[in-house]
Write a protein of this length. Structure first.
Ligand SMILES: *Cc1c(COP(=O)(O)O)cnc(C)c1O
Length: 392
């Protein structure tokens, strides 16, 4: 059976938990999305920008010195860090803006926490000359000043949100309010495999180019399928982008790495699958970090892009059905991950991706015999040098 079902459910998760006014909008969006995916001209345009603007296909790189150090693992890196803007997020924003143009929308809105999705959205809006409004918690506007400069340079209007905790979830509420008010001309670009149906499906499909390429590239190099897939999980789009193409390959094991922040025994982490429970955020049901009254907790990770209190519903479904396993790596571990990859391969990873790198030594000790791994290197570390400098 293919997931999600026609109501957007991945088993017990996903769905559409939104006010009435948004329901018709989401139904329309889903219709347009399904029509577009069947239209060769949409696919052709998407492919054109993925290769000519973003720089696809990305390399599948055999990390030889890293593998030698791990002994039991032969590691291939899927180099999403080489894409324009330095991370996988551009795959999704390109797909969504091409869809928005088909739907004759002239105004794009997005919410952003650390600013990376805001930058990826501002980038494609500048590319197509569409008006771009980005909601960002006032707290985050201060913390992520450089990304605010990037967005404004590319012509986006960044609106600091002063309500609540002045962070991501408040920005999400504000973006939804804007959408309800300006439905006629506005398209809402969501940045991960989260949000109400059809977003988790749509974002997965736009990101699944990662796994499709990697599968082809790996088969060509190794003449077989990999034993393991490994990726960090914030909302879960780079991980799902890699995993999805291998869903039916039952022998391929999948491991998602959540951020343990200061540790899973503290309150300062972002491990929604490991420590959350079912709840509704952002219009869909999934694992969520919440207090006893169901109030959403503030997540923490040294990696700004993993700092999200929820997770995409399909991951929770994979976790509950055992199709994938989810583990967690803390802040200190991620810094160690940055060191390992930088020193062995000459590649400085994003702090998010470094969580996956940091899990490799543990995986290496777990396996019997020699195993192959594809690790999604979701982004490059340039944006994190300030944070890394404080640690070392
Ligand atoms: C945003 C981001 C992530 C986390 O988002 P997912 O939807 O979980 O992929 C991971 N890596 C990088 C480099 C990011 O920018």
């Amino acid at each position: 059976m293919a997931f999600p079902d026609k109501h957007g459910h991945f088993g017990d998760f996903g769905g559409r938990f939104v006010p009435e006014t948004l329901m018709t909008l989401l139904v329309d969006l889903e219709k347009e999305y399904r029509r577009a995916m069947k239209d060769p001209s949409f696919r052709k345009e998407f492919r054109f920008y993925l290769s000519n603007f973003a720089g696809r296909p990305t390399a599948l790189y055999h990390a030889e010195r890293l593998s030698a150090r791990l002994k039991t693992l032969k590691v291939y890196l899927k180099r999403e860090d080489l894409l324009h803007t330095g991370a996988h997020k551009i795959n999704n924003t390109l797909g969504q803006i091409i869809l928005a143009r088909r739907m004759k929308k002239t105004r794009i809105i997005a919410e952003t926490g650390a600013g990376q999705h805001g930058v990826a959205t501002a980038t494609v809006c500048a590319l197509f000359g569409l008006k771009c409004v980005v909601y960002m918690g006032a707290e985050d506007v201060e913390r992520q000043a450089l990304n605010v400069v990037r967005m404004r340079l590319m012509g986006a209007e960044v609106i600091p949100v002063q309500s609540g905790s002045r962070t991501l979830k408040d920005a999400m509420n504000e973006a939804i309010r804007d959408w309800v008010t300006n439905v006629e001309n506005t398209f809402y670009i969501i940045g991960s495999v989260a949000g109400p149906h059809p977003y988790p499906l749509m974002v997965r499909e736009f990101q699944s180019v990662i796994g499709e390429e990697a599968r082809r590239q790996f088969l060509k190099k190794e003449k077989r399928l990999p034993d393991y897939l490994l990726a960090c999980v914030g909302g879960g789009s780079n991980a799902m982008g890699l995993f999805h193409a291998f869903y039916g390959d039952k022998k391929v094991k999948m491991v998602g790495v959540e951020a343990a922040g200061h540790g899973l025994s503290t309150k300062a982490h972002s491990a929604a699958i490991a420590r959350g429970c079912p709840g509704v955020l952002h219009g869909s049901k999934s694992a969520l970090l919440q207090d006893d009254d169901g109030q959403v907790l503030i997540a923490h990770s040294v990696a700004a892009g993993l700092d999200y209190p929820g997770v995409g519903p399909e991951h929770y479904f994979y976790s509950k059905t055992g199709r994938a396993e989810y583990v967690a790596v803390d802040d200190q571990g991620a810094i160690e991950g940055v060191r390992i990859l930088s020193a062995t391969e000459g590649i400085i990873p994003a702090l998010e991706s470094a969580h996956a790198i940091a899990y490799l030594p543990k995986l290496a000790r777990r396996v019997k015999g020699k195993k192959t791994v594809i690790l999604c290197l979701s982004g490059r570390g340039d944006k994190d040098m300030g944070t890394i400098k404080e640690f070392i």
